[in-house]
Design a protein around this ligand. Sequence first.
Ligand code: MLT
Length: 405
Amino acid sequence: MFKVNRNYLKLPGSYLFSTIAKKVAAYKEMHPEKEIISLGIGDVTQPLAPAVIEALHSAVEEMSRAETFHGYAPDLGYEFLRKAIAENDYKERGVQIALDEIFVSDGAKSDSGNIVDIFSEDNIIAVTDPVYPVYVDSNAMSGKTGEYIQEKESWSKVIYMPCTEENRFVPEIPEETPDIIYICCPNNPTGTTLKKEELQRWVDYANEKRAVIIYDAAYEAYISEEDVPHSIYECEGAKTCAIEMRSFSKNAGFTGTRLGFTVVPKELKAADGTMLNSLWARRHGTKFNGAPYIIQKAGEAVYSDAGKAQTKEQIAYYMNNAGQIRKELSAMGYTVFGGVNAPYIWLQTPEGMKSWEFFDLLLEEANVVGTPGSGFGPSGEGYFRLTAFGSAENTTKALERIRAL
Ligand code: MLT
């Protein structure tokens, strides 16, 4: 008789964005006449850049001819894309990353979920609270988080580092020493960032404790301030302690086309000398058959002169929404954070409302969907996340409706 992975049964509730989607679908079914504006999940709304579309078309053309057809992609991803990444994302920022340290994938969500495979269940994990739920849930699914403690809404082997207004949403070094530290910067959901010296402190700490940092830089393209690093490898010593994940979803609108990559430096070794790069290569080769050729060609086009200019415009468009949300909500009396180096605005719910209460109020009275802060962890209670990824028109309309509440 087969048995299921019982770790799944210990997971509290369903995945945050699935819960929201179900609630919204149920509301729509009851009120088909209502026009709902979604500023909930961080999904882009602008079409792919013309340079990307052009690359997709010509890659499809190539696939239609026997002499230019492509089957399975190389394990690590096509060299043309890894070269473009090494050159543009790293070398231009003074960081040398070798091509065999870059692993192309179908997105940062998969990589952040899959990276748990290469770690033992004996590790203590540290996450910020609030946190992107994938980090904790994927560890829980593979039995690496200990027991779930209902009253505390937390797992016994996870250290939660509260990120609140008091510490400017910057995680503090915890009392207990972690082995694996998740940092998402610019942060999802708070939209806040770590300055270079703040990140350097984490790198030094990780090196001292022989811990590894899993650094999610999916939102780096939204950084507007000078002293905020785009890559953890801008910090000295990061190659011996950090894995970095990147996504094409937010910087170039690939949420529906899927592309991302993970950097695992060869200098990053466990205490017994095992290279994490070799383990990840082994996992990648065994369990993943590569992002599609046409999508990798589209990814390469993001780094062309035209691609860079066009995606920059898209980011400016979303950041204009972010600025508008921040400004108008502040004028309405809300306390808001984020939205300066990130496409997320993190606001305090009015009159001490619970996050889910505010979610219901916005959905039912304004027909606007956001994300309840408590869905990201206990410290998110009383907060709410809005994304800047809507269209400008819908963003304006959503703000009008919120004002009218
Ligand atoms: C979010 O809304 O937090 C993100 O879109 C989720 C993701 O990127 O997977």
